[in-house]
Structure formats: structure tokens, C-alpha cells
Unconditional design. Structure first.
Length: 318
């Protein structure tokens, strides 16, 4: 039987909210007559979350679980959920009841009816502390400027995807907040946004940490670089290295010219001479980095793996 929707719920220490969330999701699915599955991914909980998932799965065959041996992070939980999902539309949401399952029909219709590849929720009215909302606004602004994707809330856990999207992208590290960017670089261009309800936390405490500020910027830089130069690193390092080398060489040539025709001073007596040497050395290192990266890329197992939308082959038609 075809599954309309796969719901993926990454979680850590959410034993109190899981029964209420499971009942809420079931009510929405039954009211809309969707066929569905719910993958609850336990990311190394230290409370009774897994026992609750086992009980819920015994009561409802649509609920399934994955349990990590230790805490790997939200990106890892989503990655395993994406791998397991079989629904035509995949919806992700947090387990803390701040995301409302009542948003599922709207998110589903934007994929199936409106033809979006990915729809990201926008928590227009938030119930988070200011230490979380202010940095979030800055991250969203920076990500929009760097990626060209105009979304108000990249990090919203409530999103919907075509099945093909989640089977085509790789999420790791802290990159779950940049899934729209990863999807864009994979070739999925129709990315939309939907205003969704955000609810105050009912149980437990937030898992938000200050270290995410640094990790967020590093992951964004990684995505932008890999997405643009992942299969052609020489275009980045080689061009930058050549620029540095020729700038340094130009300075050295000028100093040599001054020495030969004016003989006013020794080249090595001018600090700019050593700057020129440093620039040429850096340029050479960058060029060699690009060369080595190109060799590694060309010998990678997936070097010629590309996402194909359609293929016509009239020669093989009967």
C-alpha cells in the first residue's frame, strides 16, 4: 500500500511529550484519511523516551522507531529518518509540541497540489527566549544573502519535502538548519514557505546551546563551498593561488626593475620584498591544494554521479 506521508520526529529526552504528539498526529491523519508512518528517532535519550516509543509502536503499527546508541545530533537523526522514509511526502517536526501537527495538511498540499519540492515553515510569532530569537534572525539574514534563498526561518523544524528530495541530499554535522540550501545546490529550485503556528514549550527544556553560533557559520561556509566547487576544486584554489602568485611576482619584478635601472638600494633591504615572497609562497600552496583536491575528486567513487530529472531514449522503445 502506498504511503502518503512519512513524519520524521528527531528527539532527545522527550518522554513526556511523545504520547500527546503521537495521538495528535494520528488524529490529523485519520481526519484527512492519509496513509502514513511516523519515524521517531531517539538521539541518545537518557530518560524513558525509547520505552515510550516501544509502547506507542505496539499500540499503533504506523509508529516506528530508530534508537541511536549515543547522541549524534539532529542532523544524524534526520539523515536516518530520511533513509527509512517511504512516504510520497516527508514531513519533519520537533518532538517538543512546539510544532503543530495541524499544519500537516497544508504542508502536504503545497507539495502535492502546488508542486513545491520543499516547503519550510515560518514561525512568524515565536515563543522562544530573546537569546534564541535574535541570533536566529541574524542567521536567517546571513543565509539569505549568501544562498539567494529568501526564507524567513531556515531553522524551523517543521518542513515538508518531496520524497525525491530527501533521498537525494546528505545531511550531517549541524547542517539540518541549512537543508533548503543543500536542496537548492542539489538542483531542487521550487522552495516555498508557509506561516505555521509556534507553540510555547509544554514539557522539558530547550536543547539550544551557544556553540551553535560558531557551528552554524562554519556549516554554512562548507555548504556554499561544496555546493559550488565540490566537483571542481581547482577552479577555486587554482584561481586564487594564481592570483596570489602573480601579485607577488609583480611586486618582485617591480623591485628587480628598480634595482637594475636605478640601483638605489638592495632588494632585500625593503620589507615589501619579503611580502612579495610570502604572497608567492601562499599562491603556490593554494594552487597545489587545488591540484591535490582535483586528484582526490577525480578518484572519488561518486565523481560522475548526478541527479537526473528525466531521460528519453527512443532507441529502446519497442
Amino acid at each position: 500500500m502506498s504511503i502518503n506521508i512519512s513524519v520524521i520526529v528527531p528527539l532527545k529526552n522527550e518522554e513526556e511529550s511523545l504520547p500527546e504528539l503521537a495521538a495528535w498526529i494520528k488524529r490529523v491523519m485519520d481526519d484527512n484519511k492519509y496513509t502514513y508512518e511516523v519515524w521517531m528517532v531517539d538521539d541518545g535519550s537518557t530518560d524513558e523516551s525509547w520505552a515510550v516509543i516501544e509502547r506507542l509502536a505496539a499500540e499503533n503499527h504506523c509508529i516506528k522507531g530508530i534508537r541511536f546508541q549515543r547522541n549524534y545530533g539532529k542532523s544524524a537523526a534526520l539523515s536516518e529518518g530520511f533513509r527509512a522514509a517511504q512516504g510520497d511526502v516527508v514531513i519533519t517536526m520537533d518532538a517538543d509540541l512546539q510544532d503543530s501537527p495541524d499544519e500537516i495538511p497544508g504542508l502536504y498540499n503545497m507539495i502535492v497540489v502546488d508542486g513545491y519540492d520543499l516547503v519550510s515553515g515560518w514561525k512568524k510569532k515565536r515563543y522562544d527566549p530573546i537569546m534564541k530569537t535574535i541570533p536566529s534572525k541574524f542567521f536567517n539574514w546571513a543565509t539569505t544573502k549568501m544562498s539567494g534563498i529568501y526564507l524567513h526561518d531556515f531553522n524551523c523544524g517543521l518542513k515538508s519535502y518531496k520524497k525525491k528530495v530527501v533521498k537525494s541530499i546528505e545531511v550531517y554535522g549541524e547542517m539540518h538548519r541549512y537543508i533548503p540550501v543543500i536542496a537548492k545546490w542539489a538542483g531542487f529550485r521550487k522552495i516555498g514557505e508557509k506561516v505555521v503556528e509556534h507553540r510555547a514549550r509544554k514539557y522539558g527544556v530547550t536543547k539550544f546551546g551557544l556553540e551553535r553560533f560558531i557551528n552554524g557559520f562554519l556549516d554554512l561556509a562548507s555548504i556554499m563551498f561544496v555546493g559550488k566547487f565540490g566537483k571542481r576544486p581547482m577552479h577555486f584554489f587554482g584561481a586564487l593561488g594564481s592570483l596570489f602568485f602573480f601579485v607577488g611576482f609583480g611586486i618582485a619584478f617591480y623591485l628587480a626593475f628598480e634595482k637594475i635601472f636605478h640601483d638605489q638600494y638592495k632588494m632585500t633591504e625593503r620589507p615589501i620584498f619579503y611580502l612579495a615572497l610570502l604572497i608567492m609562497i601562499i599562491g603556490s600552496q593554494l594552487f597545489l591544494t587545488g591540484f591535490i583536491a582535483e586528484l582526490v575528486t577525480r578518484n572519488a567513487a561518486d565523481r560522475n554521479t548526478y541527479l537526473i530529472e528525466e531521460k528519453l531514449d527512443n532507441a529502446n522503445k519497442a
